[in-house]
Design a protein around this ligand. Structure first.
Ligand code: SOE
Length: 382
């Protein structure tokens, strides 16, 4: 008999939809002890949040997140609002004894992230930061192959996250869909929004980053603010490129921009080891490319593994259709909730916890510091 898990969703934009879909799907595809029940959707605009709640099957809606946090029938508070609101809501939710799921990046700063960690750990509540790309089956398979030592000693980790949606100077900053361009709401630009994904995946697969050397650029210096209607300075980084060192001795190179014409969400990584290399591309997310030096010379080369097999061969895929039929972006969020519920059942943390996500926040902060100073910046330990 499944127990109900009352969910309050704060924020109903693109991520609110991705998470809502996951709560609705998870119990149908995964064996879970807790069945998410969509109790409450919260957003500032009454008519819009009411329509969202109706469409996605939430039992009720509110316009003040404090009402969500106060309710006894809420077990889990899911934060899908702009980054500058994460900390206040997460701390209040944890203090009210709720489990907390927070969209990435964890916080506006490392200092703010530490306060959030103190709250969830002080309250002893399960917590998770939504770095969903870890839960792409091909990306999880890459992690498994690395952990099995199949790449041997790792020399290089390189990642890119390329988009082109802010090239026009007419795109405003601030407002519902464009808060990511407003430094007051987002904290940073591509570093916190896109590179945070790459850094999270990279450290999960290849261990801690110890130092970084970065450059950033803001190509369009002023934009109209959607809330004030005035042309205002742009405070975010439009593009960021950095080199880094990993603790295991390998070298990293990372690049992200919203000015790569033709690219909508091209997240790629490639890892080169002594024995083999792997690479992955979000645009073809169900494939993992693999080149193994131990293959017979005449046929040695890159193979493209269609990550859809059953029998435990390919992470998560036993839960879906039949071998050969793939899953996509939406399912990464289903996997995330499935893993979170499995961890609750076992009484274990689910990665990345707030504490683990702070490591990504530290790298993002060091990257921005380095871009400002032009110097290498060490990533603080502890
Ligand atoms: C920005 O366009 C964005 O939606 C990010 O906020 C997401 O985290 C990323 O997965 C896709 O791009």
């Amino acid at each position: 008999m499944r127990r109900d898990l009352g969910v309050a969703l704060i924020g109903y934009g693109f991520m609110g939809r991705a998470h809502s879909n996951a709560y609705r799907q998870v119990g149908s595809f995964f064996d879970v002890d807790h069945q998410p029940v969509l109790k409450l959707a919260c957003g500032r605009k009454e008519a819009e949040v009411a329509a969202f709640a109706d469409r996605w099957g939430y039992e009720s809606h509110v316009t003040d997140w404090r009402d969500a946090v106060a309710r006894d029938d809420i077990d889990l508070v899911d934060i899908c609002v702009p980054n500058n609101l994460h900390a206040e809501i997460a701390v209040a939710a944890a203090e009210a004894g709720k489990m907390v799921l927070c969209e990435k990046p964890l916080a506006m700063s490392v200092a703010e992230g530490r306060r959030m960690i103190a709250a969830v750990e002080g309250a002893g509540v399960p917590n998770l930061v939504s770095f969903n790309y870890r839960r792409v089956p091909a990306v999880a398979l890459a992690k498994r192959l690395i952990d099995e030592g199949r790449l041997g000693r790792i020399f290089h980790y390189r990642a890119q996250f390329l988009q082109d949606w802010t090239i026009s100077p007419d795109v405003p900053q601030g407002g519902a869909a464009t808060w990511r361009l407003d430094a007051n709401a987002a904290g940073s630009g591509v570093t916190g929004d896109l590179l945070a994904h790459c850094i999270d995946t990279a450290m999960w697969q290849n261990g801690p980053i110890t130092a970084a050397n970065a450059m950033t650029e803001t190509f369009i210096k002023t934009r109209v603010h959607a809330e004030t209607g005035r042309e205002q300075p742009v405070g975010i980084d439009d593009a960021c490129t950095f080199f880094c060192r990993f603790r295991n001795g390998s070298l990293g190179s990372f690049e992200s921009t919203r000015y790569a014409r033709g690219h909508k969400a091209r997240y790629t990584f490639e890892i080169n080891g002594e024995a083999a290399s792997i690479r992955w591309n979000l645009e073809d997310l169900h494939r993992l490319e693999w080149s193994d030096h131990s293959d017979e010379g005449a046929v040695r080369g890159w193979r493209s593994v269609h990550v859809t097999d059953h029998g435990g061969e390919h992470p998560y895929m036993d839960h879906w259709w039949v071998p050969g039929l793939q899953v996509g972006y939406a399912e990464t969020f289903v996997h995330q909730i499935a893993d979170f519920l499995a961890a609750i059942r076992k009484g274990e943390p689910c990665s990345p916890t707030f504490r683990e996500a702070l490591e990504t926040q530290k790298v993002c902060e060091a990257v921005l510091d380095s871009a400002g100073s032009g110097q290498w910046t060490e990533i603080p330990t502890g």
